[in-house]
Every structure is written in structure tokens, then in C-alpha cells.
Design a protein around this ligand. Structure first.
Ligand code: ADP
Ligand code: MG
Length: 322
């Protein structure tokens, strides 16, 4: 790989969890209904993501690994109206630059193609029998970028980051069945039946999910819905708050504050609720071109949304007489 490829790779591929995120987002964009993730050594030696989505046509596989090649947007206009999770065309090229990648994909469920790439160099391409969808194995991450490898923390830390990412992706997509397996141990399993509360149960446990209460509210610009915990069901960190804009997990301090404001003085100092807040709005009102990881987004009419979240949560808790 060229140096610039490796530098660009660092922007989106910081650590194993970034690989998991990018591969799973691709599977989601490919309309998968089942996504299975297997990792070893917290993703350093292996990350394998298998989906039953649309697959990649045999003659487009090389293109998919080219930097800035995306099949998801075709004009500058589309950049302001992004409906997919990916659109920059950077992830596969970046991952293939810093790891050994085997990709098997099929658009029809009988014939497929297998490509092997290491350090950005294609080693092999052959026709294989394959089921519909795509399976990507990423091995020996950062094997050719020792500085990046050194920056990786303990196996525990990296595994927790992977679990956190998959949790959010699953909460964002209740209609997709997810599994996450590390060293033969099943860490996450969601049913994919579209039921948000059951998805929450698959992630935080049934008891936790059953104690949460649902909310829903609509204005001309937004529809918000989801589940929040009661003021006495709290955690010591904000990590159990998930904001999902058009099924994309985002980080937004103002919206998190708006949620907390809905609880007002009902929360003890240093305690945070569990919450899964889905926000639906026109893609034109969401600017995802803020950061390469697309975690931070710019929202038009943010003030109205802040107000909507606070008042909806406050009304819900009041309605329950809490
Ligand atoms: P982006 O997602 O921004 O388009 P990527 O580098 O992540 O860029 O992927 C490049 C292209 O490869 C995608 O646009 C898509 O056409 C194809 N692709 C990647 N992963 C999958 C997958 N799991 N299923 C189908 N197509 C895929
Ligand atoms: Mg992508």
C-alpha cells in the first residue's frame, strides 16, 4: 500500500472495533437481515463478518477495494441526502491496506467469487460456490503498521469496544438479527424480528428491558420513539444512552443533555438513565459529512429536536406519576 493509503486508513480504521463497525455497516447497506460476527483476540487476529445481503457482482469486487469507490452515491447532490450508512468508499480500501483480507461474495446464491488481498495487494481471485451475501475475513490487523498495532490497548478494552459498537448497531436495526462470537463464546444475539424492546432485551437483558417504558412523539419534522428507564433504574455512566438518527448511531452531547433534562431533578447526581432513542427525520436535514467515522452529525432544526426530546421524556415520566 502507498503511504497515503495507510495514513487514510488510520482515519477510519483506528482499532478492531472500527473494522467491525465498517463491515457491519456495509452489510446493513446491502440489506442483510442476518449479520454474524466472529472475532479472535478481540479482533486483532481475526474479524469475520458474514451477511445475507445483496452481495457484490464478480466484476465489481476489485472496484469495491479501490479508495473512494462507492456504489452508494453518484452525485454531489446525493452527499446532502445520504440514505445509506456508508458513502465515502474508504473502508474496504483502508482495511485491505492494513490487514489480510479474504472476501467471498455472491449476488445470486449459487456462484460467487473469492478474493484475497494483503497489504493492499490482490493475491488471488477465483470463482467459488457461495450462498447469497458476503463474508469478509480480516486477519492480522495492522500487521504491516507496527506503530498502529502498538497503540492498541489490552484485549479486554478492545473487545469491550467491539461489544459496544455491535450493541449500538443492533439497537439501531431491530429488524436485523445479529450475533457476535468471541473465542467460541456467544456475546450478543438479537432476534431481528423488528421488536425494539426484544432487541434491548437481547443486549441489556430481559429484566432491564421489561422495566423500561416506551415513548413516541411526532412533529412535522421529527418522529421520535423508543424506550427509557425509570429514574430509579440508572447506571453510573452515560454509556447506556443510545441516540439513533435514521438508524445511524450518533454521539450528540446536546441531545443527550436534552434527554437528561427530561428527567430533571428525578435523577440522582452522577446517575444516568438507560435509553434507546430512535429519531426519524428527512435525510436532507442530517449532515453526515462532519467526520470520517460519521459518528458526529449536524442536524438542522436541532433546537426543536432538543425541545421535543425533553418534553416527551418529561411528559412520559409525569404520566407514570414519577
Ligand atoms: P462505502 O460503504 O462508503 O460505499 P466501502 O469501502 O465500505 O465504501 O465499500 C465499498 C463498496 O463495496 C460499497 O459501496 C459496496 O458497493 C461494496 N460492498 C462492501 N461491503 C459489502 C457487502 N457486505 N455487501 C455488498 N456490497 C458491499
Ligand atoms: Mg462502507
Amino acid at each position: 500500500p502507498t503511504l497515503s493509503n495507510q495514513i487514510a486508513a488510520g482515519e477510519v480504521i483506528e482499532r478492531p472495533a472500527s473494522v467491525v463497525k465498517e463491515l457491519v455497516e456495509n452489510a446493513i447497506d446491502a440489506q442483510a437481515t442476518q449479520i454474524d460476527i466472529v472475532v479472535k483476540d478481540a479482533g486483532i487476529s481475526l474479524i469475520k463478518v458474514t451477511d445475507n445481503g445483496n452481495g457484490i457482482a464478480a466484476d465489481e469486487v476489485e472496484l469495491a477495494f479501490q479508495p473512494h469507490a462507492t456504489s452508494k452515491i453518484s452525485s454531489n447532490q446525493d452527499l446532502f441526502n445520504v440514505k445509506t450508512l456508508g458513502f465515502r468508499g474508504e473502508a474496504l480500501a483502508s482495511i485491505a491496506a492494513v490487514a489480510k483480507v479474504n472476501l467471498t461474495t455472491s449476488t445470486n446464491g449459487s456462484r460467487g467469487v473469492l478474493v484475497q488481498i494483503a497489504g493492499g495487494q490482490q493475491l488471488n481471485k477465483q470463482t467459488v460456490a457461495a450462498t447469497k451475501g458476503t463474508s469478509i475475513e480480516v486477519k492480522d490487523l495492522f500487521y504491516n503498521t507496527p506503530a498502529r498495532l502498538k497503540y492498541i490497548k489490552t484485549v479486554n478494552t478492545e473487545l469491550n469496544r467491539i461489544i459496544d459498537i455491535v450493541n449500538r448497531l443492533a439497537l439501531a436495526q431491530p429488524q436485523i438479527a445479529f450475533t457476535l462470537i468471541n473465542e467460541q463464546r456467544n456475546l450478543i444475539r438479537t432476534s431481528g424480528n423488528g421488536n425494539l424492546q426484544q432487541t434491548i432485551a437481547g443486549i441489556y437483558g430481559r429484566k432491564v428491558a421489561e422495566q423500561m417504558v416506551s415513548f413516541e412523539q411526532q412533529t412535522s419534522d421529527f418522529r421520535i420513539f423508543g424506550f427509557i428507564s425509570l429514574p430509579q433504574q440508572t447506571r453510573a455512566s452515560r454509556n447506556y444512552i443510545s441516540l439513533l438518527v435514521n438508524n445511524r448511531y450518533i454521539i450528540n452531547y446536546q441531545l443527550t443533555k436534552a434527554l437528561l433534562a427530561g428527567y430533571g431533578s428525578k435523577l440522582m447526581v452522577g446517575r444516568y438513565p438507560l435509553a434507546v432513542v430512535h429519531i426519524k427525520m428527512a435525510p436532507l436535514l442530517v449532515d453526515v459529512n462532519v467526520h470520517p467515522t460519521k459518528r458526529e452529525v449536524r442536524l438542522s432544526k436541532e433546537a426543536q429536536l432538543i425541545d421535543l426530546i425533553t418534553t416527551t421524556v418529561a411528559a412520559k415520566l409525569q404520566q407514570l406519576n414519577l
